[in-house]
Design a protein around this ligand. Structure first.
Ligand code: ADP
Ligand code: MG
Ligand code: MG
Ligand code: MG
Ligand code: MG
Length: 442
């Protein structure tokens, strides 16, 4: 709801809200918050709440550390899990003391690309499919890798013991204003998916952050640990976050639908698709930002490995689901839930817009299972793979001016530094795999 300042103050008071969490997201996709009491809400709504940006990962240098939070009033949400003391939140943009948007704020970065799309006549709609694992906790409350169930895809209780937790999650999310379309057990033991209805990209990015927070909190209340880590266990499916997206015209019509095309896709849809395929190698660092992300992007577990598209098969990077009319959409299958949703959507949209601006043509669709495609066949069809690890992905990102522009200089520099540091740390580490391979052999 779009409240005025006065309406929101009144509303919060009537609800008996005592604490307000002013939330924002750092470059690495971690939610941060500054909490205030109801007495300070007026001040917050006048954009007068300041915080020390230097304490936040990848935000600023020490000498320019004062930052201001500008709450987005439409994001006011009461936490259904708050007890006697009622808590609510407001999602904020980060501003500089001189009143300009801070270019290290991922939400500002997304807004900038959304504005560009709007100037071209488009609104981006996104529906994500967030998968996650529920693991048991030990006596100390620490997460284990044990699951509490033996269920598989779409199985029902009583085998799906996480089902209770999931029902509670769905109920909580509904109270927070989510329209839940589906929720089900996923392929792997202990793995779940909850789908909520698509919305414009900014709202969806906010929703993804809220979703992850709520799922973690409710899991904890059931004595479980929810993780959005992309591949917690070797040998079974990892967790993805398929991004279903479409462009709408400013009048709200689906711009990807054209009933006269053999596939009923518009020219805009093909251009967009081509742009996304073209830049996929370089936005992978953003949509798959962890070392662990690349352990999910391997053949055989429903995750994509090759940069191709299909209308029927679920193994390539992009699938065009069968639904048409207002549901005409492109499903991008590589993103995982460790991604910063603001940056991921900014990068992917920018790629699509590049396709539209330059009227790019997508390669022919591939309608076979690409996991079984030989090297020769790949070469023949000009199909390349996604980056094999975070290092390769960062190399690709650094070469791509279009994707870097979506992030802005500040964020892309900080992001690249952080990812390379992560890679260096990881490269030094001696893993169990190496011990298993070499300890006896040499
Ligand atoms: P799958 O068939 O891949 O399992 P789901 O049914 O789980 O797909 O999820 C589909 C998602 O796509 C939902 O979030 C839904 O709201 C979203 N969606 C539907 N229509 C559109 C559209 N026009 N633009 C963007 N997203 C859409
Ligand atoms: Mg799904
Ligand atoms: Mg589904
Ligand atoms: Mg799924
Ligand atoms: Mg899907």
């Amino acid at each position: 709801k779009n409240y005025s300042k006065e309406e929101l103050l009144k509303h919060a008071e009537e609800l008996g809200v005592e604490f307000i969490h002013l939330q924002f997201t750092d470059i690495m996709g971690v939610m941060k918050n500054v909490s205030i009491t109801i007495e300070e809400l007026g001040k917050a709504l006048d954009n007068e709440i300041m915080f020390d940006g230097s304490s936040i990962d990848g935000f600023v240098r020490i000498e320019e550390s004062d930052m201001y939070l500008r709450p987005d009033l439409s994001t006011f949400t009461v936490f259904p899990w708050s007890g006697q003391v009622k808590e609510a939140r407001l999602v904020c943009d980060v501003y500089r003391p001189d009143g300009t948007p801070f270019d290290g704020c991922p939400r500002n970065a997304l807004k900038k690309v959304l504005k560009e799309a709007e100037e071209m006549g488009y609104i981006m709609n996104v529906g994500p499919e967030c998968e996650f694992f529920l693991f048991n906790t030990n006596e100390k409350g620490e997460p284990t890798l044990e699951t509490h169930d033996n269920a598989g895809y779409f199985d029902l209780a009583p085998i799906d013991l996480g089902g209770n937790a999931r029902i509670d999650m769905v109920a909580t999310l509904k109270q927070m204003g989510f329209n839940i379309e589906a929720s089900h057990h996923e392929v792997a033991q202990g793995q779940h998916e909850i789908d909520f209805q698509y919305a414009d990209a900014l709202k969806t990015a906010d929703n993804i952050m809220t979703f992850k927070m709520a799922v973690r909190i409710i899991a904890q209340r059931h004595g479980l640990h929810a993780t959005f880590m992309p591949k917690p266990k070797f040998g079974i499916n990892g967790s993805g976050m398929h991004v279903n997206m479409s462009l709408a015209t400013l009048e709200g019509k689906n711009a990807f639908y054209d009933e006269n095309d053999p596939m009923k896709l518009s020219e805009t849809a093909y251009y967009y698709l081509a742009g996304v395929l073209k830049h996929a190698k370089s936005f992978a660092a953003i949509t798959n930002p962890t070392i662990n992300s690349y352990k999910r992007l391997v053949p055989g577990y429903e995750a994509p490995v090759l940069i191709a598209w299909s209308a029927s098969n679920r193994s390539p990077l992009i699938r065009i689901p069968a639904k048409r009319g207002n549901s005409t959409r492109v499903e991008l299958r590589n993103p995982d839930p460790s991604a910063n949703p603001y940056l991921a959507l900014a990068a992917v949209l920018k790629a699509g817009l590049d396709g539209i601006k330059n009227k790019l043509t997508p390669p022919p669709a591939v309608n076979s299972n690409v996991y079984h495609m030989s090297e020769e066949e790949m070469k023949e069809k000009g199909i390349v793979g996604l980056p094999g690890n975070l290092y390769e992905a960062v190399q690709e990102l650094e070469k791509d001016e279009v994707v870097k522009e979506a992030l802005g200089k500040h964020i892309s520099n900080k992001f690249v530094d952080a990812a390379l540091y992560e890679w260096k740390e990881y490269s030094k580490y001696v893993t169990q795999w190496e011990l298993d391979r070499y300890l006896r052999k040499f």
